[in-house]
Design a protein around this ligand. Structure first.
Ligand code: ASP
Ligand code: MG
Length: 466
């Protein structure tokens, strides 16, 4: 059996946890012949690096100095805790110091130039995974495992040069990944690979987007024809709802790729939006498991949808969005009006989460990330008003999106009625509705303060807690 096992940041947040992860790998390795380990940065580190890069750009050198001290202390402490062999410890500490010196030079460079390009930002962010992965690899060696460190690039993950959101070039990556790792695996050694980072064909560091270590794991799983990919996290799996909103929320035992994709897309923070692609194409099962409950089954994501009687399997809430309304008689009966609106948003790199237009064609409503709302409004006004296409562009920020997900709603009449009746009974007003023709997901917009109640109402209506 061949498995790719990825550890998220909370599973590696200090030396003790890193050691714990190493011991878990050792235990699993007893039953699994071929294992690749993928590691995220230590919990919170990527956010810290982003902040430090921003402060560096602003020329705040004292902040950068202080950050580097704390950063190096945290990683050196982790080495002390995770590794007992003095020689291994010393070697690793030296490597980590050298890496942090490189990071320091990059940050100081940014501060002198007051410029942070996407490319230099990726380089800076890559240090989180480089350090955590080195330490995890050292911890494995320390407990007698044959483990070998690889950056994503060294492991063969060749990507395009879309820094910050790079995508692998599979034609190149597939051969390289196999060449780099296949032999090691057959040999019984454990490649320990940095999550989140890849490299262009020329070897320039790229990152795969926030949460990208999941993606690293599924890319490797697909290219190495793994039997399964496991994402080790700090929850028991995908849940029927956010337990902070619905205390009775349950772990979902089995779910299909397409259902999980709906949940991932709608912000179930446990999954990178692209992570499912590589494994679903190859039909490789993806398991989400809890590092702190290692014998728990977690959630198994496969091709087949489980026969179960649940039409709705989960309900999610997306905050930090805005509802954008573009209106005007110019849209009515004008072919290409929607395309123009979307093009303006696309050109300004504004992501669209939901779209809806009624058959009167008088308005087009869109849901976008709240952070882009001002920019979206001014771009649309600037670029479309002159054309006489739109009369009014408005945005409302006090909204959120609720989504009910489940493949069982496809072709089952009455699901939407139950969803909206449950919400209406709580006196909640629905502002916009969208359902794709895949019928895997009913999404709607409500006022921000109504979001949690709407989630609870649907969770209860479909008895997801039992
Ligand atoms: N460390 C990266 C992040 O926080 C990647 C990951 O954790 O998956 O986004
Ligand atoms: Mg993370």
């Amino acid at each position: 059996m061949r498995v790719v096992v990825k550890f998220g940041g909370t599973s590696l947040s200090d030396g003790k946890r890193i050691r714990n992860a190493a011991e878990l790998v050792k235990k699993y390795k007893g039953r699994i012949e071929e294992m690749v380990v993928v590691a995220s940065a230590m919990g919170g580190v990527t956010d810290e690096l982003i902040r430090a890069a921003g402060r560096a750009k602003a020329g705040d050198r004292p902040y950068v100095e202080e950050f580097l001290n704390g950063f190096s202390e945290r990683h050196l402490d982790a080495i002390e805790e995770a590794i007992s062999d003095p020689k291994l410890r010393a070697e690793l500490a030296e490597r980590v110091r050298a890496d942090i010196a490189d990071l320091g030079r990059a940050l100081i460079g940014v501060s002198y130039l007051s410029e942070l390009t996407p490319r230099s930002k990726d380089y800076i962010l890559s240090f989180g995974e480089r350090l955590s992965t080195r330490i995890l690899c050292g911890a494995l060696q320390d407990i007698g495992m044959r483990a070998e460190y690889f950056t994503g690039f060294e492991a063969g993950i060749i990507t395009d040069a879309n820094f910050g959101e790079a995508v692998p070039i599979f034609e190149l990556a597939s051969e390289r990944v196999r060449a780099a790792l296949d032999g090691k695996l057959k040999d019984g050694s454990i490649p320990v690979v940095t999550g989140f980072i890849g490299g262009t064909a020329e070897g320039i560091v790229t990152t795969l987007g926030r949460g990208g270590s999941d993606y690293t794991a599924t890319i490797l799983g697909a290219l190495l024809n793994a039997d399964e990919v496991w994402l080790m996290t700090d929850v028991n799996g995908l849940m029927t709802a956010d337990p902070k909103i619905v205390p009775s929320a349950k772990t979902i035992r089995r779910i299909s790729y397409s259902e999980a994709a709906e949940m991932a897309f709608f912000g179930a923070k446990s999954l990178h939006p692209r992570a499912l692609e590589p494994v679903s194409e190859k039909g490789i099962p993806l398991r989400i498991r809890n590092t702190f409950d290692p014998e728990g089954e977690g959630t198994l994501i496969t091709k087949e949808r489980e026969g179960g009687d649940k039409v709705v399997k989960a309900v999610t809430l997306i905050r930090n969005v805005s509802l954008l309304t573009v209106g005007g008689a110019g849209i009515v009966g004008t072919p290409g009006a929607a395309a123009k609106i979307l093009k303006v948003l696309g050109d300004n790199r504004i992501n669209v989460l939901m779209i809806s237009q009624s058959s009167s064609e008088y308005n087009i409503s869109l849901v976008i990330p709240r952070a882009s709302s001002k920019e979206a409004v001014s771009a649309l006004r600037r670029e479309l008003k002159n054309e006489g296409l739109v009369r009014e562009v408005t945005s409302e920020d006090d909204v959120c999106v609720v989504a009910a997900v489940g493949a069982g709603m496809r072709g089952t009449p009455g699901v939407a009625a139950r969803v909206f009746t449950a919400v209406a009974k709580k006196g909640i007003n629905v502002r916009m509705i969208a359902q794709g023709s895949s019928e895997l997901n009913i999404s709607f917009v409500v006022g921000e303060s109504d979001g949690a109640d709407a989630v609870r109402a649907i969770h209860e209506e479909f008895s997801l807690g039992s």
